[in-house]
Ligand binder design. Structure first.
Ligand SMILES: Cc1ncc(COP(=O)(O)O)c(C=O)c1O
Length: 372
């Protein structure tokens, strides 16, 4: 049996006709930049998340960049980001002129360790970017409390967590602003790059929209200097089709994760992902840990199962941050996790038989390699 890590062909086969019609409509209308599809997407996405404003843009990295620029990040100001994330979360801080300050992640999870944020705060700190990594919300009450205490802004990086909730609130509604990615493999994915920012502050929203569109909302006006970061109409039309299915797909991901969790619960030496009380996980990724991660991944590959490591090197230790000379003991949890994590196949259309096959292989590998 073959189990791909993700199956976008299968995913799109169920809605192929609707997508073809959406694409045809855009071509017939010949309105490729902004237009009704983009406006419709922005309105529907803001309402789905439960915020007032949505500013669409070209991708999730730009969404972060536009947000920190609009929040006024200046050179030499510091922003705290988790040690475990995709590099977008930190690189945009540097690109916007600020300084990245990494904070370790939790020992029993992958989101920012809120007990370690205070020690990272200096008189130069201006903001925190918690990441709802793998689909589980960060500890937002604590993040927001610390931010209030020190007068910092909070930008939620929701790239991996569309529709996840924290104490009944959707991610994207708890910080000053929040960013989303619609990269094709994300829980809500375009057929190319796309991203968005959501927030409830009208002035901030307007500033971000201007910045993303050459500094002006009306063609020919440039109130400020900006950049060109727009969601194109084709992607918006496709995402409008997909918005009708995101809740179903989220539920299917949750069902698949439950099956993995119950099938693997008794497999010794495998550490399973935990879900904190008061949070709903949307399982962008199902990440297990094993001390011989490479051996297990190879065994699964030899039996037709694709796995991925998200991510093989924690951010403080990637080459791009050599200048900081970070040591493993500075980020013990992220460092420990980087050599043990393994993401198993999980996508809305994964079959129970595929999950059972992966679990049986893991059981087999663990029993063959059991220590005497
Ligand atoms: C946590 C996180 N933040 C930001 C991004 C950036 O999104 P994009 O690839 O759309 O630029 C990603 C995408 O992988 C991500 O996983």
């Amino acid at each position: 049996m073959k189990v791909p890590f993700n199956d976008l062909c299968k995913h799109h086969s169920f809605i192929r006709q609707e997508i073809d019609i959406a694409i045809s409509n855009v071509i017939d209308e010949s309105s490729f930049i902004r237009g009704r599809h983009v406006t419709e997407f922005e309105e529907r996405f803001a309402s789905l998340i439960g915020t007032q404003h949505c500013i669409s843009c070209a991708n999730g990295t730009d969404a972060l960049y536009i947000t920190v620029k609009a929040l006024g990040l200046k050179s030499d100001q510091e922003v705290i980001v988790p040690a475990h994330s995709w590099i977008s979360t930190s690189e945009i801080v540097t690109q916007a002129g600020g300084t990245v300050v990494f904070c370790d992640t939790k020992s029993n999870g992958y989101t920012i360790d809120v007990s370690k944020i205070r020690e990272k705060i200096t008189d130069k700190t201006v903001g925190i970017i918690p990441v709802h990594l793998f689909g589980q919300p960060a500890d937002m009450d604590e993040v927001v409390d610390i931010a209030r205490e020190f007068g910092l802004w909070v930008v939620e990086d929701c790239a991996q967590a569309h529709l996840a909730t924290y104490k009944g609130k959707r991610v994207g509604t708890m910080g000053d602003a929040a960013t989303f990615s619609f990269y094709p493999g994300k829980n809500l994915g375009a057929l190319g790059d796309a991203g968005a920012i959501v927030c409830s502050d009208k002035l901030l929203a307007e500033h971000m929209a201007k910045f993303a569109r050459h500094g002006g909302l009306v063609k020919g006006t440039h109130d400020i200097e900006g950049i060109n970061s727009r969601m194109d109409s084709l992607q918006a039309a496709i995402l409008n089709v997909k918005l009708d299915y995101i809740e179903k797909w989220t539920w299917q991901r949750q069902e698949a994760a439950s099956r993995y969790l119950s099938r693997l619960s008794s497999v010794e030496s495998i550490a399973l992902p935990s879900v904190d009380k008061g949070k709903t996980h949307v399982w962008h990724l199902f990440v297990i840990q094993h001390e011989d991660r490479e051996g297990l991944a190879l065994f699964l590959k030899e039996h037709g199962v694709q796995t991925v490591i998200n991510y093989p090197v924690a951010l403080p230790f990637v080459k791009a941050y050599e200048r900081f000379s970070h040591k493993p003991e500075d980020f013990p949890n992220a460092y420990y996790n980087q050599s043990r994590i393994l993401s198993l196949p999980l996508f809305p259309e994964i079959e129970n038989e595929q999950i059972d096959y992966v679990c049986a292989l893991i059981e087999e590998y663990v029993s063959i390699n059991r220590k005497p």
